[in-house]
Ligand binder design. Sequence first.
Ligand SMILES: Cc1cc2nc3c(=O)[nH]c(=O)nc-3n(C[C@H](O)[C@H](O)[C@H](O)COP(=O)(O)OP(=O)(O)OC[C@H]3O[C@@H](n4cnc5c(N)ncnc54)[C@H](O)[C@@H]3O)c2cc1C
Length: 435
Amino acid sequence: MNNASPLPVVIVGGGFSGAMLAARLAERGRASVLIERGDGVGLGVAYSTPLDAHRLNVRAGRMGAVADRPGGFIDWLKTHHPAQADPNSFAPRRLYGLYVRDRLAAVEADRPGAIRRVKGQAITVESQTVILSSGERIEGRAVVLATGNPAPRTTGADQGGRVISDPWAPDALTPIQPGDDVLILGAGLTMVDVLLSLTAQGWRGRATAVSRRGLLPHAHGVKHDAPIDLPPEALAGPLSARLSAARRLAKAHGWRRVMESYRPITLDLWRAATDAERARFLRHLRPWWDVHRHRIAPQIAAELDQILGEDRLAVRAGRIRAVKTSAASVALRLTTRDKAEQTLSASWLIDCTGPGHDVTTAPLTAGLIAEGRARLAASRLGLDLDEAGRVLHADGAADPDLYVLGPPARAAFWETVAVPDIRQRIEALTDLLAR
Ligand SMILES: Cc1cc2nc3c(=O)[nH]c(=O)nc-3n(C[C@H](O)[C@H](O)[C@H](O)COP(=O)(O)OP(=O)(O)OC[C@H]3O[C@@H](n4cnc5c(N)ncnc54)[C@H](O)[C@@H]3O)c2cc1C
């Protein structure tokens, strides 16, 4: 990176990560260009929902956008929505989106010209220049890819128009009628969001969710769970021994407190793990990690319990073998955990497997991999990065000008999905780029 250069930092992606990086850079006197293909800068998929039923899955008191100001969102709520300003609560995500937009707009007003917004789709990066589908070329002193996760991948072909492959697309769920039964791929946070959306549009049908393990997300406790001191056997040694230690601790102190204790050191543990340990974790522990770590708000859990109690949601564990659609229905063939073949059918199939991680097929990153400027991490979670988030070339050398921020940096940082983790990375990246 040429530090004497007056060129701006070019940020691809104007969701929370890109927008808040631009704001922090501006606050440190550094210019940036923020490229976003959609209309809602600062929102991304997470915070563009109009539904109040879609709540944060992190307590409002921890959702400040800046690392050393975790209470920033609460301060904003006190001014704009005082009735919601409870640090312990899980505010509507819609309000969080407004907070992020307000923060960006306030920084722009304070430092006119520091952030140039560009609407467009970045298709490739040549050296330090980002090229848009319009042909426009934007040169910077460094490029940061803050593109969020690639879109979900859907199983099977859809000849009948009965598969909803992107439940986040505007009006994706509108064709579903109140009495329609639905099949849902995935039983995690996206499935919960979709059930809440369907309920809000008057849906009263039945849903069957299918996932590899059939695990539903767990709920947060009513109050914050204080971490405990983790003993050495829970922190080092073979994964199986660490898992046994964590289970013993969970029995003694409650699993939520144990998960909270791992939170601040997850990055260190991930970095210290070998490729083989990471692979073992991803293969065997990840589903359990996800449901305990990424929890739903208590009131959302209560709504889910109600749907379960009304016998309108069934969860099956199994592997999808085939999807067959006709004009009026969709059939899903699966092999259950006990190796039985089963076919389920409904009016609709909704892909709630969550965002895909296949950077080899996302156009921007596929091109970088093809030309050797990037490579896939051994974990296959995303691009291979160094400890600063710089992209590693095919030969392992770190690119001095190309960074990844947010969920796509998962291979290097593992938990870099939620705001409390991303804002730490924003701070580190700002330090580096503003130096
Ligand atoms: C449904 C949902 C709910 C969530 N709830 C919470 C929560 O309550 N609390 C929490 O802490 N975290 C939550 N998260 C995690 C979330 O990942 C982060 O909070 C944060 O929104 C990630 O922002 P991002 O900018 O990295 O990615 P995104 O929000 O995905 O934004 C990426 C942006 O890049 C743009 N883009 C992508 N490719 C290109 C391109 N080639 N050219 C131009 N623009 C491009 C996209 O249009 C998009 O706007 C949630 C995630 C989801 C999906």
